[in-house]
Ligand binder design. Structure first.
Ligand code: C5P
Length: 368
């Protein structure tokens, strides 16, 4: 397997969880910047970004799935010359290629249509949220998906959570809330004007609507929990390869991702492809690349850990993105941030205690 559960002696589970935390922090900062740093007339289309994300993720997953097929994995690549390697590559039309296509279009592939639609809705809501909220507020409120994920895991996967685990989830929500209060009311302006603070004439004002932002983020928490748990259920209830499932997910996502583009108001004179890539600058590409990478890592995390642990990894990203905001955007560290972040870290530690070693609160009566 290309991605064996252990790499360099460290379980892939932990490597992928830490990578996901860093990816999450980077995504919200880069995505926010990509949306607010240009005037609305020069903004790229979020629908194009969502579509490109699925196209790229699907193609990468297809290549990995192809490399994992028995026919390709059994080829002794190391003992071959460059010419032999080129001749043995599984080109479109070769047997491994067609076998893989057969596996992708298997009768149960429709199961992926549900998380596919939910993820496209979620990825679109994420753009609405991040364009209307400061980075830290978005990051922190989005962590409420931990609670929706736990609830869906219990309902759909019949997961049993001990009282300590529920308590740690509760602490996690409280910690997130404390950081939230401080980021929303203390350190972030309601409307951000773009352009350097020292500019005598700022380029434009990007007006944010926090209510719209919070509405979008709340809805995204529900789709995130349901889609993640549904994907986990499909993945763990069959022996089909993770990357084949990922290709199926991306294929089904193409339909809802294409709809808003086909019905958009782009003038027909522009042409489909020029319309798709209109205003797609460096920051838009950076956003899509980080999203693609995140999607692939998320799939690995769901396979080797589970959705609830994924939630803890991403909640650590709030600490990372806040620290990045301190350096990049001049945020100030306040006591409430320290208390909130410490609560999040303690909750993470508590959740990860093995059964039997969980901290318990007990009252001892000595009878004297
Ligand atoms: O916020 P959350 O962790 O729910 O986001 C998951 C992200 O990972 C979504 O953008 C989704 O499109 C992506 N994903 C993916 N492949 C999977 C599972 C999730 O690309 N198998």
């Amino acid at each position: 397997d290309l991605l064996a559960p252990k790499k360099c002696g460290m379980p892939l589970k932990y490597i992928s969880l830490v990578t996901l935390a860093v990816q999450n922090a980077a995504l919200s900062i880069v995505m926010h910047h990509s949306r607010v740093s240009t005037p609305p007339s020069l903004a790229y289309s979020p629908a194009s970004a969502v579509l490109l994300n699925e196209l790229l993720k699907g193609s990468i997953s297809f290549v990995i799935a192809l490399a994992n097929t028995r026919e390709v994995a059994d080829i002794p690549w190391r003992r071959m010359s460059l010419w032999q390697i080129i001749r043995s590559l599984p080109y479109p039309g070769s047997t491994p290629f067609w076998n893989l296509c057969g596996e992708i279009f298997s009768p149960d592939c429709w199961k992926l249509s549900i998380p596919a639609i939910l993820y496209v809705v979620q990825n679109s809501l994420q753009f609405v949220a991040i364009s209307n909220l400061p980075v830290a507020s978005f990051q922190v409120t989005y962590q409420m998906k931990i609670l929706t994920t736990a609830a869906f895991s219990v309902a759909l996967l019949r997961k049993k959570l001990s009282s300590t685990k529920w308590l740690s989830l509760f602490f996690l929500a409280i910690g997130v809330g404390i950081v939230q209060i401080q980021t929303s009311f203390v350190s972030t302006p309601k409307n951000q004007s773009v352009g350097s603070a020292h500019d005598s004439a700022p380029l434009h004002i990007h007006v944010m609507s926090p209510l719209r932002g919070f509405g979008a983020v709340t809805a995204a928490c529900f789709t995130s929990g349901l889609a993640g748990v549904y994907f986990e259920m499909v993945l763990k209830n069959s022996k089909v390869d993770l990357w084949v499932r990922n290709v199926q997910l991306s294929l089904f996502s193409l339909i809802p991702a294409l709809l808003p583009i086909l019905y958009s108001s782009t003038p027909s004179s522009v042409g489909f492809f020029s319309g798709l890539f209109r205003n797609f600058g460096m920051w838009a590409w950076a956003t899509v690349s980080i999203q693609v990478f995140g999607g692939l890592i998320t799939a690995i995390v769901i396979k080797y850990s589970d959705n609830i642990l994924k939630g803890f990894a991403t909640s650590l990203s709030i600490v990372l993105s806040f620290l990045a905001s301190v350096i990049l955007f001049d945020f100030k560290i306040t006591p409430s941030f320290v208390i909130g972040a410490s609560t999040v870290l303690c909750a993470t530690w508590m959740y990860n205690q093995p059964p039997g070693k969980e901290p318990t609160v007990s009252i001892v009566f000595t009878g004297q």
